[in-house]
Design a protein around this ligand. Structure first.
Ligand SMILES: [Zn+2]
Length: 336
């Protein structure tokens, strides 16, 4: 295993750590959206829409929509704040840990960690684009989408003469959509910000790095655009180069290739060969990386039951996730 391969493994492990963390953040944000849903239901119940007088009803509907709009805006502002501060803290710890591990793998203090200040972290989180827009913009869009959908549903219900119960029932699917969209944003932005923090680190260490290499997860679910980027190399100073994530739930990572020890003018660490660098082995995939881990680590990542099925060859890593890249429940897996 050359140094680039070791670093690739560490970076994959780092992505898993980030996913574990963002699962917690997703739960927190899901709970906030659930609370918002309950508030909206309460607003509908207390709006007193059951009146035969259509002009009164119209006035009450207007009040309801206005109050719902305020509540949705407040909730999403809070969600965006929780998200950005949670992400900043996670990326700080995660990237610092990665640099330590990469230096340990190199056997020398090759990389300097970026000293993340609160302002730098905020700029990183606010400035990282997810599918072309920063996460704050996505939260604002999701907020407006929910407001519009809620307005549409309430107006349609009133027009059909629905009572409180059917109006309340119209809220549930809206919240399901909102939760799905929020989850995709949290998951993808965690990868995006984590990648951006790593790229900032490589940029600071451009003098000891020869190039950066795009590494896609090599499995049947990898999309064509990510597959096409796989193996692509560029200079660490080239900040305009496209970087992952390319799309929602993209699992690609960037692996740096260090300069040769001779070029760096340092003696190779004991027990290593002078020219052990080189491009990342194309056969290193997330699954092959996982196979190289001790069983205890596999169990922690996959869960004991999944690990057993996977280890026995009863399912592949691709079987562990659905088309949207979501982890499947054990029941869903057993049914496969
Ligand atoms: Zn990708």
């Amino acid at each position: 295993m050359n140094l680039a391969d070791r670093w690739h493994s560490l970076i994959l492990g780092n992505a898993v750590d980030m996913m574990r963390y963002d699962a917690g953040l997703r739960d927190e944000i899901n709970a906030m959206i659930k609370a918002l849903g309950k508030d909206l239901v309460r607003e509908i119940i207390s709006a007193d829409l059951d009146t035969p007088r259509t002009d009164w009803q119209r006035a009450r509907l207007r009040t309801l929509l206005k109050e719902a709009q305020t509540r949705i805006q407040e909730a999403y502002t809070e969600v965006a704040n929780v998200h950005s501060s949670g992400l900043a803290a996670a990326v700080d710890a995660n990237t610092t840990g990665l640099v330590l591990a990469m230096n340990e793998a190199a056997g020398v203090q090759l990389l300097d960690a970026v000293k993340w200040s609160p302002n730098l972290l905020k700029a990183l989180v606010d400035g990282t684009l997810i599918n072309g827009a920063p996460s704050a913009d996505w939260w604002a869009r999701q907020s407006v989408d929910l407001q519009n959908a809620f307005n549409d549903q309430m107006r349609q219900g009133i027009m059909r003469g629905e009572g409180v119960a059917p109006l309340v029932a119209r809220v549930k699917p809206l919240l399901e959509t909102s939760t799905r969209n929020a989850e995709a944003l949290v998951r993808t932005s965690a990868m995006a910000v984590n990648n951006a923090a790593q790229l900032a680190t490589y940029k600071e260490n451009a003098d000891v790095l020869q190039s950066l290499q795009w590494c896609a997860t090599l499995d049947p679910r990898t999309c064509l655009s990510c597959g096409a980027q796989d193996g692509e190399q560029w200079a660490p100073s080239e900040t305009e180069h496209i970087t992952p994530p390319l799309h929602w739930n993209c699992r690609c990572v960037v692996v740096p290739i260090s300069r040769l020890w001779e070029e760096l003018g340092i003696d190779p660490p004991p027990g290593t060969r002078a020219s052990w660098e080189g491009p990342v082995d194309k056969n290193t995939t997330w699954e092959s990386w996982l196979k190289g881990l001790p069983a205890a680590d596999q169990k922690e990542i996959l869960g004991p039951a999944r690990q057993k099925l996977w280890d026995a060859g009863k399912l592949s890593i691709t079987d562990l996730v659905d088309q949207r890249g979501n982890a499947l429940t054990l029941e869903q897996l057993v049914g496969k």
